[in-house]
Design a protein around this ligand. Structure first.
Ligand SMILES: Nc1ncnc2c1ncn2[C@@H]1O[C@H](COP(=O)(O)OP(=O)(O)OP(=O)(O)O)[C@@H](O)[C@H]1O
Ligand SMILES: [Mg+2]
Length: 260
């Protein structure tokens, strides 16, 4: 009989250590309404995290840092956002420039863009256990439509296809800071994000301020129904990031961001 070797296996060096594999606890998923035909929400893994906020509220800045942090801690991530579908993003841009579509048609165009990303990116990524970071979601689409007088019941049915996210963080930034940040970035304000189509004012600054106030008021109403986590986005980038990370850490552990 062979005697066991007296040679002990040397401990692994740092570069031989296995990479940390982070296994997420399952999180109960559901759709807001009818969902997507053939998809059972309870079979989906991963996490769907939404960052909402006005133009220039700092969503891209925060999401870029969140991706670095999450990927650096062993999580696979993917990103979605408005007007990013392969199906209609270019056509949607073109339609907005021409400004010829009715409010309902534009709304359905955005819903198509959302549905395409839901089907082809969000759901497959969650099935594969990814963390999906959404730069805006159905709430911005709803808020924009609601301030333009579109029927709330019709919108709720339309977005019944959407999956309920694991967390929604809303970056709250004052209109004054938004103007400053948008100018610092683009040297201009956006026609649509200033609500110029609503005929509030011929002056784009005045229109922007009033339109953003209406959007914020609408988001407040949506907040009571959908329960966003409000984040003070007027602070330094690092402070906002720290709060988002604390909230997302809680979501990854399977608790609510408010328990962070
Ligand atoms: N907390 C912050 N404090 C000061 N400036 C900020 C902060 N966050 C972002 N910014 C700056 O504000 C500008 C807009 O930020 P960012 O592009 O991240 O916003 P956004 O919400 O993604 O905008 P958009 O709606 O145009 O996509 C950028 O110049 C960015 O550097
Ligand atoms: Mg952005």
């Amino acid at each position: 009989m062979r005697r066991p070797s007296r040679h002990r296996v040397p401990p692994p060096t740092a570069d031989q250590l296995p990479v940390d594999v982070v296994v997420l606890k399952p999180s109960a998923k559901r759709f807001y309404g009818q969902g997507v035909p053939g998809v059972r929400a309870e079979e989906l893994g991963g996490r769907l995290i939404v960052i909402e906020g006005a133009d220039g509220s700092g969503r891209s800045t925060q999401i870029a840092r969140l991706v670095d942090w999450l990927e650096g801690t062993g999580h696979a991530t993917t990103q979605v956002g408005l007007k990013r579908s392969n199906l209609v993003s270019e056509e949607l841009d073109e339609a907005k420039h021409r400004n010829t579509l009715s409010r309902t048609t534009i709304s359905l165009f955005y819903a198509t863009d959302f549905a395409d990303q839901l089907d082809n990116v969000i759901l497959p990524s969650l099935r594969a256990g990814y963390i999906v970071l959404a730069d805006r979601y159905i709430y911005t689409l709803m808020a924009r439509d609601l301030v333009r007088g579109i029927d709330p019941g019709w919108l709720r049915k339309l977005y019944g296809m959407a999956l309920v996210p694991d967390a929604v963080f809303y970056l709250q930034v004052s209109p004054e800071n938004l103007i400053e940040r948008n100018f610092a970035k683009d040297f201009t304000l956006d026609y649509w994000e200033s609500g110029m189509d609503l005929g509030i004012s011929c002056d784009m600054f005045d229109s922007f301020i009033e339109y953003q106030k209406r959007i914020v008021a609408t988001f407040r109403q949506l907040q009571s129904e959908f329960g966003f986590t409000m984040v003070n986005g007027d602070r330094h980038v690092d402070e906002v990031q720290a709060e988002l990370r604390a909230g997302i850490s809680a979501v990854l552990k399977g608790t609510s961001p408010r328990q962070a």
